[in-house]
Design a protein around this ligand. Sequence first.
Ligand code: 13P
Length: 249
Amino acid sequence: MPNRYLIANWKMNLPPEGVDAYLDGVAAVRDDRARRVIAPPFPYLTGVARGLSKRGADIATGAQNCSEQEKGAFTGEVSTAMLHDCGARFTLIGHSERRTLFAENDALVARKLSAAIGSRLVPVLCVGEDLRVREAGHVQRHVADQLKTAVSDALDDAPEIVVAYEPIWAIGTGRNATGAMVADVVGSIRESLGRFWPSRFVKDAAVLYGGSVTPDNIADLVAEGDIDGFLVGGASLDSVKFNAILNRM
Ligand code: 13P
């Protein structure tokens, strides 16, 4: 399998076509140009993981978030070990909606990253700037800070890490970044990985783009973005669109 990814983040949504029809739709495509991951809301993890395996699909399941705690009195939280039990092999960490709507800071993100690695989940660390940071010309510094503060000793044991560059102003807005803009930030992400992270990640970490990705706007990102795949929200809820994105990668 190549070190390329297509990840569906359903957020707090279900596919309008229904979960079974969706799984039929994505499982019908046998295509190994990218590793596919579906990240449904927590209660659907087991069903999605089983449904994919029953259909013989080589598609993994991921969580959208995890607790940094191992167990105990943390009402409403879900541990990384529980996610693994439910079939998840990946987890998003530090999605901008977690950071902005649920006040997750860099220190918490670092603890979650370490917990995920400890439970053998592949972390998909999300980074990206808001419009204010972009307009002030501080994108590279902002993303470098997010990567630097996420570092922990756990990274030494991580077989695999995925980084997703998701500019906040492009998420759910229909306004996606251009390939050139993305390539610029991806270059600085790789530079920061080299400065702050175990050096093997400079080349081994897959770097994805997310933010208003659709089958119709990825050509420029594929050609110019210098990325290893996509993290898709809205368009990933439709199996036909998800398949079309894969087909154009
Ligand atoms: P949209 O594709 O809906 O803009 O969402 C992107 C995203 O946040 C994926 O994690």
